[in-house]
Write a protein that binds this ligand. Structure first.
Ligand SMILES: [Zn+2]
Length: 214
């Protein structure tokens, strides 16, 4: 057991280094021109769209323009334009699962159109939240930033990383851990359930013991 534990500790640091050497990419140089034009559709938005999401996309563009996760072989220059003919088109959808048939828990989707080994256009769809027990849960700004950074990473040619610390790790486009408040209450709720369960078990055991000893 201890040997296995030691082995894991020894192996773990090797993996990120290996993936760094051979980082998974869709294309190394997907864009044959600069600047890359970006259209952010904040006009036809879904009902649960929050205006601060737009700022998160701007921040995500800056993140990559300033080097991002350091895995691009080039420095992208963006130009936000007011035309749907842009290279990268970003829009929000209410529910990615229902509207786009995406797998459950996925919060963002990127579709690159590739011709002769280059991107000619990339469509990015960002979800705005999900419903849980009939209640709508909006993505926080922090979650939206992570989702936008991740999807833009795809639009710049990067594929998924197996390094959990990397923005291109698949969970950054998923729903889990995207709402810190909910997960905080979630664990509190779980603790309460365990506490009640423990009390019930204690009471029934002591009840049975009392009946047996009578
Ligand atoms: Zn992804």
């Amino acid at each position: 057991m201890l040997f296995l534990l030691l082995l894991t500790v020894l192996i773990l640091p090797i993996f990120p280094a290996a993936s760094e050497f051979n980082y998974p990419r869709i294309l190394d140089h997907p864009w044959d021109h600069s600047p890359i034009t970006v259209y952010i559709d904040n006009k036809s938005v879904p009902p649960h769209y929050i205006p601060t999401y737009y700022t998160q996309v701007q921040k995500a563009l800056n993140y990559w323009a300033e080097g991002g996760n350091g895995k691009l072989d080039y420095t992208p220059v963006f130009e936000v334009v007011d035309s749907e003919k842009a290279d990268i088109r970003i829009r929000w959808v209410e529910n990615l699962q229902k509207d786009q048939g995406a797998p459950s828990r996925v919060a963002g989707d990127t579709i690159p159109f590739i011709v002769n080994g280059r991107f000619i256009r990339v469509d990015i769809m960002l979800g705005v939240g999900y419903s849980q027990w009939g209640e709508w849960v909006s993505y926080s700004d922090i979650a939206m930033l992570a989702i936008a950074e991740h999807e833009l990473g795809h639009a710049l040619g990067l594929d998924h990383s197996n390094d959990k610390q990397d923005i291109m790790y698949p969970t950054n486009e998923q729903i889990n851990n995207t709402n810190p408040i909910l997960s905080k209450y979630g664990s509190l709720l779980l603790f309460a359930v365990y506490a009640v369960l423990a009390i019930v078990v204690f009471l029934s055991v002591s009840y049975i013991l009392r009946r047996v000893t009578k």
